[in-house]
Design a protein around this ligand. Structure first.
Ligand code: CA
Length: 275
């Protein structure tokens, strides 16, 4: 009998052309770590038909290798694996480069409250007890990815898991904002913004917490710190130049809101894509 992956691979071989490859590349990769092949086959099938690229591993060791090769958009981890338990695997994946940015969901045969609590306390994004409907799992995967796709973060410094989960890879390239903290770069609808040091500092803060109002004092203190010769007007001047740069990408949008007498906030009502 030919396996699911083989079937998909043959399908790709059969109609390999640049367009197919481009479309494939845009499908978020879901790392599926599950040792029961029956469950894995079903999940791969529903994930693939729902527009994802499932990558199946039956052991934790293989999962770590796959993750190192390319962090997925999301990982589904079975708790009962032959070589490591899912919680330990979660810890190891978290420690890998980009690991803390990948949303993870636990899958378990045991519906113990203890497992549930351990899983969520570790910082997993969701928890699904077997038996479950494959459709339900796909729906949850979709919800988690949607939640994390609006603001993408690339290679960020480690942050507490309590913050908004963010993802690497394919989903992020379609995020409205893409923050790359290692390179001090921000993309807006995919376009790289040419920012000065302070412009980057201000926009980085706003992008990390869409909707949150930052007062001028807060921005001054956080972005300019000890550069004492800065005034409120310094903040306003930088917001003005930032807005001009954002207008070049999206002339019709107002991504930075002014709250009169208070400060500034990033708009939460931007469209998903530019028309
Ligand atoms: Ca298992």
């Amino acid at each position: 009998m030919i396996g699911f992956i083989d079937a998909v691979a043959q399908g790709i071989q059969a109609k390999r052309n640049p367009i197919t490859i481009m479309v494939m590349a845009l499908k978020p990769r879901i790392l599926l770590v599950e040792d029961e092949s029956g469950i894995a086959d079903t999940l791969q099938y529903v994930l693939a038909t729902d527009g994802f690229t499932p990558v199946w591993c039956s052991t934790a060791e293989e999962a770590i290798r796959q993750f190192q090769a390319e962090p997925p958009a999301l990982a589904v981890l079975d708790v009962g694996l032959p070589d490591l338990n899912g919680f330990e695997l979660f810890r190891r994946l978290q420690a890998l480069p980009g690991g803390s940015q990948v949303p993870m969901v636990f899958l378990t045969a045991r519906s113990d409250e203890i497992d549930r609590v351990v899983g969520l306390e570790l910082g997993a994004d969701d928890y699904i007890a077997k038996p479950f409907s494959p459709r339900e799992l796909v729906a949850r995967v979709r919800t988690i990815l949607r939640r994390s796709a609006r603001v993408g973060v690339v290679a960020a410094a480690p942050t507490p898991m309590a913050q908004v989960p963010v993802t690497l890879s394919a989903v992020c390239t379609r995020a409205i904002w893409l923050l790359d903290e290692e390179r001090h770069q921000i993309r807006f609808y995919g376009r790289l913004l040419e920012l000065s040091r302070y412009e980057y500092g201000v926009l980085r803060l706003l992008v990390q917490k869409p909707g949150r109002v930052f007062t001028r004092d807060e921005l001054l203190l956080t972005v300019w710190g000890d550069d004492n010769d800065s005034f409120d007007r310094t903040v306003d001047a930088h917001i003005k130049t930032l807005r001009a740069k954002l207008k070049q990408v999206a002339p019709a949008l107002e991504p930075i809101r002014t709250l009169r007498g208070t400060g500034y906030a990033l708009s939460e009502t931007l469209p998903e894509t530019l028309s």
